[in-house]
Write a protein that binds this ligand. Sequence first.
Ligand code: PGA
Length: 253
Amino acid sequence: MRKTIIAANWKMNTLPKEGVEIAKKINNYLSGVELGLNKKVVLGVPFTHISKIMEVVDYKKIAIAAQNCSQYDFGAYTGEISAEMLKSLGVQYVILGHSERRLYFGETDEIIAQKLQQAYKNAIFPIFCCGETLQQREKGNHFNVVETQLINAFVKVDKFNFQRTVIAYEPVWAIGTGQNATPEQAQEMHVFIRKIISNFYGHEIANDISILYGGSVIANNARQIFKCEHIDGGLVGGASLKPDEFIQIIESA
Ligand code: PGA
């Protein structure tokens, strides 16, 4: 049975103290609700916040995600953070392949594939992001682009590891722009992604994988997006920094 996941991506926002306050509010809310086994809340926080936030949240209700990890095991890579280091802190998820990392930090499909291997090796669930730019969509290339991203990422990933993956479809034109994909556009791509996964790994695995939608999810559009059959929750940027709004988004799923 696939899980519904509401994941926050705080990006490079908040100081640790502010982040702790946001996490506490979400934790307080969750302490009073029964999420059930099939619903998960994940907070993707900056590296500097991880330990502090772990101290104040109930790990049974909130999982912590890092927003990146190194493609290397360890060594002379100044400034990098390994998946093993994250694991040692108790991090359960890592966001990989986000379009901001692809665009601003030159992460290629090959680098992202290496990072995925690091996550699997350290038993961290990757939240793998894929999605097309506006130009690619306007040219009608969006399905090809997403298919290529998936093939390049998972070509060397076996069934066992793939089952531990979360996919996030995030059309680049919808990220931080206030212009979300319509539920129909998102659903159409999610169906396509599930079909590709099915070709790779079989119907059962494809059916079990959570595919999140990301890109300008807010309290006002979450319910409509999440009610689509193939959309299993969201990866939420801007709106996840406002705890009251993020709580509404959790309630919409
Ligand atoms: P947004 O960001 O919700 O602010 O559009 C989503 C993301 O980048 O994951």
